[in-house]
Write a protein that binds this ligand. Structure first.
Ligand code: FE2
Length: 381
């Protein structure tokens, strides 16, 4: 049996953030907590959000303490504020870290215990508070996914709290909210979105719906990421990247991912390598490893990336997908190895052991062992 599920309402276009107040009112919200980071606040991106909410007669509090790789402590601090002040809606404004933190806060706002108790699928008892998400990057897809990736700092471990009811209620894809993002963020989140789309497309759990969404995302990324990196105020390119990230998010929320994401999480937990950067470096190695499992899908990916494969043998055409990904990474100046990001070889066996615990491993198209993972880390060093 296969299932496809997508409960999030999506608003797209320049300025849709201005609709946040009316959408909040529509679900009966009266007082909200905005979960974000200091950079977003300083960039002035909250002003439109606050104005729209206040115009709708909704009280607003701001929790601007999110940091990359949101921690258990951060989520519990946010949830304590929500419980104390009685907020009935959480609004995430930011990248994946803010959206994941908001999801964690929404779970803890209605459930007792520690967020660590809810690692896994549907481990909490009460329905989380509703979440709205305004992404300010072009990559995570977290505005439509069912999980929150959080970090347990006591043992450098990233874990997933997952459940159908965690998906945000409304997502606002507004290119204006991405226009102040640094180029490095567009690069890393854009490549994260590409990794989502590709790993979803070749996942063993792909469905006809996720395949269509994933290949659509790959096409948009192939045609728009370079331009979005060149100029984050190119609203057409950035808007298309937001949509691509969103399509890929809907796809992988249903299909899971693969070895690249499984290996990226420990790099974040141990060495604080930004998630998208970890994926960017690992993607070509993961693709080379998986090539023999599903070459026809690689040919589809190559075509979606704009490569010509007519007249080529199956394997030559499939390899075009890997070349095309490397070319895109090179064109936008993405990092090429892990050493330059501060990763050291002595943690490889521990990272491989953690990667093998990831829920993405069973979805990877080629069977993989801990030894294979260690080998891939070494290649990427
Ligand atoms: Fe990702």
């Amino acid at each position: 049996m296969q299932i496809f599920y997508m409960p999030t309402k999506i608003l797209m276009g320049e300025g849709v953030t201005g609709k946040i107040g009316s959408e909040a009112k529509m679900i009966g919200a009266t007082t909200v907590l905005v979960v974000t980071d200091e950079g977003i606040r300083k960039a002035g991106l909250l002003e439109k959000v606050i104005l729209s909410l206040e115009d709708a007669g909704i009280e607003v509090d701001i929790f601007a303490e999110v940091t990359p790789d949101p921690t258990v402590k951060l989520v519990e601090k946010g949830a304590a504020i929500v419980k104390r002040k009685g907020h009935d809606l959480i609004i995430a404004v930011g990248g994946g870290s803010s959206i994941d933190a908001a999801k964690g806060v929404s779970v803890m706002a209605t459930n007792e215990g520690s967020i660590c108790d809810f690692e896994g699928v549907d481990k909490f008892t009460h329905k989380p508070l509703p979440v709205f998400a305004v992404p300010t990057t072009v990559g995570t897809g977290s505005e439509v996914t069912f999980g929150a990736v959080l970090t347990n700092t006591t043992r450098n471990y990233k874990f997933l709290v997952y459940g159908d009811s965690i998906a945000p209620r409304v997502a606002f894809l507004d290119p204006v909210m991405v226009s102040t993002a640094p180029t490095s963020v567009i690069i890393s989140t854009g490549m994260d979105a590409l990794t989502h789309a590709i790993e979803s497309y070749i996942s063993l759990r792909a469905t006809p719906q996720t395949e269509a969404l994933a290949i659509g995302a790959i096409k948009l990324i192939g045609a728009n990421l370079r331009q979005a990196v060149a100029n984050s105020e190119n609203f057409a390119a950035v808007g298309n990247m937001l949509i691509a990230a969103n399509l890929a998010g809907i796809a992988f929320g249903n299909s899971r991912l693969g070895i690249v994401h499984a290996m990226a999480l420990p790099l974040g937990a141990f060495f604080h390598v930004p998630h998208g950067i970890a994926n960017t470096v690992l993607l070509p190695y993961g693709l080379e490893f998986n090539l023999i499992a599903t070459p026809q899908k690689y040919v589809d990916i190559a075509s979606a990336m704009g490569e010509t494969t007519g007249g080529m043998s199956l394997m030559d055409a499939a390899e075009k997908a890997i070349e095309s990904v490397k070319k895109l990474g090179g064109d936008i100046g993405a990092p090429k190895n892990l050493k330059s990001l501060g990763v050291e070889a002595d943690m490889i066996s521990q990272m491989a052991a953690d990667a093998m615990k990831s829920s993405h491993i069973p979805a990877n198209p080629r069977k993989i062992s801990s030894k294979d993972v260690e080998e891939l880390y070494r290649k990427a060093l």
